[in-house]
Design a protein around this ligand. Sequence first.
Ligand SMILES: Nc1ncnc2c1ncn2[C@@H]1O[C@H](COP(=O)(O)OP(=O)(O)OP(=O)(O)O)[C@@H](O)[C@H]1O
Ligand SMILES: O=P(O)(O)OC[C@H]1O[C@](O)(CO)[C@@H](O)[C@@H]1O
Length: 308
Amino acid sequence: VPFSAMCVRISRDSYPNLRALRNASHASLTDAAYVKISEGDFGYVLDDVPHLADYIPDVPTYPNPLQDHPAYSTVKQYFVDEDDTVPQKVVVQKNSRRGVHFRRAGPRQRVNFESDEVKACIVSCGGLCPGLNTVIRELVCGLAHMYNVNNIFGIQNGYKGFYSSNYVAITPKTVNDIHKRGGTVLGTSRGGHDTKKIVDNIQDRGINQVYIIGGDGTQKGAYEIYKEIRKRGLKVAVAGVPKTIDNDIAIIDKSFGFDSAVEEAQRAINSAHVEACSAENGIGLVKLMGRYSGFIAMYATLASRDVV
Ligand SMILES: Nc1ncnc2c1ncn2[C@@H]1O[C@H](COP(=O)(O)OP(=O)(O)OP(=O)(O)O)[C@@H](O)[C@H]1O
Ligand SMILES: O=P(O)(O)OC[C@H]1O[C@](O)(CO)[C@@H](O)[C@@H]1O
């Protein structure tokens, strides 16, 4: 959610090792300093999200503009309590330890930026996934309509666009129809991550909110950007938006694009079924994406009763 937090989540690969990182060996001591884990009673562990206040002690807070918004102000308990956390494991037994928890997402009563002060940018990196344009559109419209932000820029063609292309101003009007198109209107790329150059540009252009949409590689890059920003003591929030068509991030309900992929997969399965039925002893074979993560194949199979 814009404004409320810096929410760089370390990639799904490195996530289980966060605690190990804390007890760190020599090599990972630098990373250990950035990991934010606290423990409470009965085995409660909070695997927390880094926040501007961790390194800018007097970072100011302001009332969330949503509190005066006609669409939200009437809803009781719209804001998320600062102390809400969500357990990693839902199934427990009477004597279970309370276990690992994550900070609950959602709008906070107080935010750390004033609307006029915000200069936000959005970048998409890595491979394509259905819904990228919808995410971009929602970010732009959410910032503009809900948080009254007028300065939003698109970074072109992935990370290298931070230092090798012009930043393009984007408004709700320019993104109005993009959710009906595939791909990403910002363009994307692999490679080209140069942390210092990226943060130099963020700093020079006065950007203070960075929204980074991408897969595990992209989120590793976002983490490097966050560390550099923190080293320089900049008031710049970095938000990682996880992109995986495979729905293989256990700590979120569902990743965007997964449903579309399952729907497409079913179309292929249906066609194969038609072919198979029309041939003597016919068998249809459908190969789906996801060599290391079988959720698309599993959901498409479960939804289509034609698969043996
Ligand atoms: N360890 C890393 N540190 C910094 N940047 C990285 C790292 N790994 C990848 N990146 C950068 O992240 C961007 C995207 O990475 P990558 O090509 O791995 O795609 P991805 O985000 O994993 O998405 P997909 O799941 O579609 O492959 C590239 O610009 C790459 O340079
Ligand atoms: O079926 P394959 O060859 O594993 O390729 C599909 C994979 O490529 C990606 O789209 C990008 O890495 C994954 O998200 C996906 O699982």
